[in-house]
Design a protein around this ligand. Sequence first.
Ligand code: C5P
Length: 231
Amino acid sequence: MSCDLILVLDAPTPRAVAPTLKRLSGTVRWAKVGLEMYTACGPDCVREVADMGFKVFLDLKLHDIPNTVAKAVESASRLPIGMLTLHTGGGREMMQWAIKAQREHAPSLLLLGVTVLTSLGEADLREVGVSASPADQVTRLGQLAAGAGLSGLVCSPHEITPLRRVLPSEVQLVTPGIRPREASLDDQTRVMTPGEAAAAGANYLVVGRPIFKAPDPVAAAEAILAEIGRR
Ligand code: C5P
């Protein structure tokens, strides 16, 4: 199974990380634009990152009624992006409408589902009326998403094996929470190394600080790519 690297741009603007981005263009193929950057500078920053030579993963985690999410997917299809996220908790119909819009307007766009945010524990789920454990809820939502026809899921590296057990093999798994063996954990707790996550069946690894905070970001990215067999 092939695995690739996605660079996280946790910054308010592409300009804030431009020197590192310029150095990494040509080494790393994908960059993730999240809510912070998108809320600050919108479609322009997506175009800016794409113009620097990256395929863009737009992590907006859409969650609304089916028609609104489908229209948002249609709007996003006009941007130079390769991946877009939505919340699987929006339900089957919401996912189906989103997939229909994606197939019509952006056939090569990978729509990814977010299941249970890893910031939520068992007690948090109970508080919002979910009695299942986080692990069971992840599997339930993962199966619902795959059944609805979604192409992939964002998951913690520790959810890869249980999800792979129940999902069709073509479902793409995208995982943050990755730390090379020698890297600082920062605020991450249950991490895997790039090699471990790739061996477990991840298709894309989402990595930020271990690259941005490294003394040599290009060397750090190259080491991860080598570990997952990309170099
Ligand atoms: O810097 P680091 O490699 O920890 O960045 C990981 C990225 O993935 C951050 O943007 C973080 O918000 C996101 N993320 C995560 N864990 C999750 C979901 C998303 O670290 N469970």
